[in-house]
Design a protein around this ligand. Sequence first.
Ligand SMILES: Nc1ncnc2c1ncn2[C@@H]1O[C@H](COP(=O)(O)OP(=O)(O)OP(=O)(O)O)[C@@H](O)[C@H]1O
Ligand SMILES: Nc1ncnc2c1ncn2[C@@H]1O[C@H](COP(=O)(O)OP(=O)(O)OP(=O)(O)O)[C@@H](O)[C@H]1O
Ligand SMILES: [Mg+2]
Ligand SMILES: [Mg+2]
Lengths: 252, 252
Amino acid sequence: MARIVVFNQKGGVGKTTTALNLGAAMARAGRKVLLVDLDPQAHLSAIHGKALKDVGASMFAFYRDNIPLANLVIDWPDIGQLIPAHAELIKVDSIFGKGPNILSRLNQGLTTFDNNSSDVLIDCCPFLGVLSLNAIFAADHVLIPISSDFLSMRGALQIERTLSALEPVLKRRVGRHYLLTRFERRRNMSFEVQKRLIEHFGEEVCETVISENVAVAEAPAMNKDIFSHAADSRGAQDYAALLEELKAKGIL
Amino acid sequence: MARIVVFNQKGGVGKTTTALNLGAAMARAGRKVLLVDLDPQAHLSAIHGKALKDVGASMFAFYRDNIPLANLVIDWPDIGQLIPAHAELIKVDSIFGKGPNILSRLNQGLTTFDNNSSDVLIDCCPFLGVLSLNAIFAADHVLIPISSDFLSMRGALQIERTLSALEPVLKRRVGRHYLLTRFERRRNMSFEVQKRLIEHFGEEVCETVISENVAVAEAPAMNKDIFSHAADSRGAQDYAALLEELKAKGIL
Ligand SMILES: Nc1ncnc2c1ncn2[C@@H]1O[C@H](COP(=O)(O)OP(=O)(O)OP(=O)(O)O)[C@@H](O)[C@H]1O
Ligand SMILES: Nc1ncnc2c1ncn2[C@@H]1O[C@H](COP(=O)(O)OP(=O)(O)OP(=O)(O)O)[C@@H](O)[C@H]1O
Ligand SMILES: [Mg+2]
Ligand SMILES: [Mg+2]
């Protein structure tokens, strides 16, 4: 089963939104989904509505106390399972530094827990520290949301350099796709960013774009994914189309 | 003269956009402005167009080699001065950890350099590490951009807790204002977020809101601030109004 990390060190590009809504699309297509929240700010966990409990029931307990991931999963109706984040995760960088063992921790934990029966989606914070490196190490594929504006475009080039720099350590070139998000068809800028992204990354740019759609931004306030909140919305259609594209490409 | 840090650990809320455009508004009002880029991703420096040079000419040289800030400033036409960031700044957290001396480094550096003749605006990355803590320590005031959506609203509450946790170390309650950005008047959500923010933070919420305005997002592609790119745009009017409000409140 697939392990996808949703990463971009640029902030606010739709990582959490994509982890949530792609996960929900996958669940509705009958797949078994595990969401892992690796952001100390825990926005994905917050959308669940009942996931932010004590630190002993979060990913921090996995890192600090070696609690097995199986003990940390909670149910997410209509999506699958979630392992919540916690604010204490901010300490993982300083507790563990960047030694070689720490980088494979999540990979080992996931293999032990699930032995590949679930598809895994990992949400990251916009910072390439121990947590995000753990996620990239554990993943088969990196999904890189890029919001359709120029500052975010610049972030895309930086992440390519970052992944190249990681190849000697990863000992492979990790597969990746770039996903345009917050695509506003009324703006030339959206198409300009798409054009430049394709010039640079070619077939690694998803054909699906996620439209700017207020329903997508409203859903979290009601602890919902886009399908539960507005199943006929453009955002729901786009995330469903994204799933189809990733299946057609053999990533899912 | 004022020292304002633009900080929010939520990503993509308009920190860089606000540092740039508030700085430009201040320069046009005749003020002497120093922009400090403390984001290893260096988006603010990238907008300058000629600021991303070797690491010895960046804020990293200040931290690693104690190069005086005076040696690192470059000119930014129509804005003032900039001290650029560099990707190497990502190492500051691991090189310096969180000891008491490191936290006051920027404060001391700024006092030595400028002795208060410029207004200083510091742009931060969406991560509360040594760099952002340095910036908060050095600042008289924190300007917290909040994009007008629910996930960003949640970030606002987190930052309030963060600043409270810092009070014993800072030995003062640092002044702050919350600035709604990317305000889309056609969406109920914008007004809902504004209402909740005011309920929670009252007078600390700026009356000025920065409108969602494509010109603001386009300007960086041309290495421009909003006034240089589209002086009559809504975005330019809003950033000019923000300056007036901060002056009226005695922050600038
Ligand atoms: N397609 C869309 N249409 C409208 N709003 C969107 C869309 N995608 C994301 N948003 C909104 O944009 C904001 C940023 O998205 P999100 O928090 O998912 O980004 P992120 O990359 O996870 O941010 P961070 O770097 O802080 O973790 C959120 O308020 C979200 O609801
Ligand atoms: N008022 C606005 N209208 C339209 N677009 C905007 C506005 N403010 C910001 N943007 C765009 O939103 C994106 C995010 O803004 P910006 O990069 O300034 O946020 P940030 O908080 O500095 O992000 P990061 O956390 O990655 O440092 C940018 O592409 C920017 O051009
Ligand atoms: Mg997120
Ligand atoms: Mg920024």
